[in-house]
Design a protein. Structure first.
Length: 279
């Protein structure tokens, strides 16, 4: 069942500039509604009420109110009204073209996947609702206005995804720091091993860690190891080899070089006359 639809006509379009094609609010109540999503345009589908199902790569996800999905027209996906559905699935779908927009969608899918939360009160989404409220079958836009409409919708989805990810990543930084402190004796402790352990890409992990602590992970590891070395030099009778072994340095020579480069003196000299540093 179609509630309303609007076609967009972009005047003097530019080949690669994003341009809207079609907007429609629809309701589905029959399990025969089953789509593979193959088309030559990009699509954003916003669930307003009820529930749909989205499948990709053998993974099934629920499309509930406030959840949207994007597609680029060629991926192996499927979306449908659930066989056990009881309530109507009501959604708005928006079709668009343009090389810039399709490239952006490809990158969003690669980095964040197909599903996105959307804010029903955002400026970009309320603008869509206004077209339905206006009741116009055809809307004429110039190339700039059309491009702005497409990009504002993609940006709103991307902004929510990035914000969610930043909050999630930030909450893990104290966990990472505690893990580092508890594994200083592991010679395999490194940025790569930390990224693997916390299931993050190495570049993204380093970027988030530096943003939130002011240090890169390898600097923080070295900082903690040398701080522990200072304590051991002052509070124990362990020799340099024993300290190097305990703190995960590959050789006593590497330990001494790192110590001298950071504190400006050799470990034994620090034991005789050094004070606990602020490094």
């Amino acid at each position: 069942m179609r509630f309303w639809q609007t076609d967009f006509q972009v005047l003097q379009p530019l080949e690669h500039l994003p341009r809207p094609l079609h907007l429609e609010q629809e309701q589905q109540v029959n399990s025969r509604y089953d789509c593979d999503g193959k088309c030559k345009c990009g699509i954003i589908k916003f669930t307003l009420r009820g529930r749909g199902v989205f499948e990709y790569g053998g993974i099934r996800r629920q499309l509930t109110p406030g959840v949207a999905f994007i597609r680029n027209g060629f991926d192996d996906i499927r979306y449908y009204y659930p066989p056990d559905g009881r309530d109507p699935w009501v959604f708005i779908w928006f079709a668009f073209q343009g090389g810039m927009a399709m490239t952006m969608v490809d990158q969003m899918i690669e980095k964040f996947g197909y599903l996105y939360n959307f804010d029903r009160h955002s400026g970009a989404f309320t603008e869509l609702l206004q077209y339905g409220a206006a009741g116009k079958r055809i809307v004429y836009l110039n190339a700039v206005a059309g491009s702005r409409l497409v990009l504002s919708l993609l940006h709103s989805l991307l902004d929510g995804k990035i914000s969610d990810r930043l909050v999630r990543d930030r909450s893990r930084i104290p966990e990472v720091q505690e893990y580092i402190i508890n594994h200083l004796e592991d010679p395999a402790l490194s940025v790569a091993s930390l990224a693997r352990h916390f299931r993050l890409s190495r570049a993204h992990f380093s970027r988030v860690f530096h943003r939130d602590t002011g240090r890169y992970p390898d600097d923080f590891i070295r900082y903690q190891r040398l701080l522990s070395a200072c304590s051991l030099l002052k509070d124990s009778n362990l020799n340099c080899k024993e300290i190097a072994d305990r703190l995960g340095f590959s050789t006593p020579g590497n330990f001494s070089r790192a110590f001298r480069q950071t504190l400006g003196m050799a470990p034994l000299e620090f034991r005789r006359r050094g004070t606990m540093p602020s490094i």
